[in-house]
Design a protein around this ligand. Sequence first.
Ligand SMILES: Cc1ncc(COP(=O)(O)O)c(C=O)c1O
Length: 415
Amino acid sequence: MQKPVNYCDSFASHQFDMSDSVKDFDLPWTWLDEGLRQLREQQLLRERRTVETLPGGRCRVDGHEFWNFAGNDYLGLAGDERVRSAAMDAIQKSGAGSRASALVTGRTPWHNALETRLAEIKHAESALLFPTGYAANVGTLTALMGADDVVFCDRLNHASLIDGCRLSGAKFRVYPHRDVDRLQQLLERETVGRRRFIVTDSLFSMDGTQAPLRELAEVADRFEAILIVDEAHATGIYGDHGTGLLEANRVALSRVVSVGTLSKAIGSQGGFITGPRRLIDWLWNSARTQMFSTALSPACCAAALAAIDLIEQEPERRTWLRETWQLVIQELRGQGWTVPEAVDGPIIPVIVETSERVLQLNDELRQHGVFVAAIRPPTVPRNTARLRVSLSYDHGQAGIDALLRAMHSARSPNM
Ligand SMILES: Cc1ncc(COP(=O)(O)O)c(C=O)c1O
């Protein structure tokens, strides 16, 4: 009988001579050094930090505590006791993971209940879950579009939309941010493709601006195009029922594919699509990012179900958030910071242009106990580096006061 391989032993013996193994492991990768050096030189090298989440909108990074203004938990639901206990109950009943892709045996009663609930709140015939919002965008765009199609994309769309458009092989046309006139011109010019798609974020993730959804829907109708709207950052926040900007703008849904994430205001993890049944049936059978990936854990689904109930039952969370972002935007402008005119949401970009300056400010704010994301190219266009201040219901008045004090000190360091 053949002796089984002992991988632990073979790994140990391989590592026996450390100087040799370092040489072996390093050699094939030296070609990456130049790229990393360039990133460092341009102040674009990303740090890998470990962040502990603390209650009340705070976090601990490298042993120091901060107000966390760099997350997307806008309604403070990720740590809510009721959301956590729903997740724990699902783990007790079903275990930690889903064990298979949804297509095989990973679609549990929690997945079924969540898809039903998402379809209901979005007034759609059906819904489909994906492992992440990124996967929802890439999987949907590549399943719907091909080389014979043309896709029109807002210049500031999220990377997952851009990646999906590119991977689909469709002819790719970019229109300036929120510029519906320019989009129409492009549509008038592109008459030959099989189908036309317009793709947009609803609340832009790095800019805090809103897409002109009513106008985009009218244009889509007129040109018989399909409108794909990524509601990642708007879900839970806008509209009378908190389902997003499509609801707030009362956009008719016949030509619209709505994408959402569970990972922002819903406080869990995962992505979803809502739409007509035949669209969902098609994606179930052809969106590779959900077909060939393990289904969400039941705990994520249970947490999302509990959070969706809370979004409905506690509208005061989004009311507080709206009133607070309006006040913070006004205060920051009053302090002399550049917050673009069209910003209208819990994501507040403070434009400072250079990567060097944004890193410096980020450091100063940390010294004042406030953690804010420093966003640099390629996440945003060159010369538009920014602090991305994101607000959460968890911050409460104490957090907002701390933010405004820190921003004031960073603006006028000698005062
Ligand atoms: C607009 C937008 N769409 C999609 C995603 C991806 O969502 P997820 O984090 O659930 O993968 C993000 C993530 O930040 C986003 O900002």
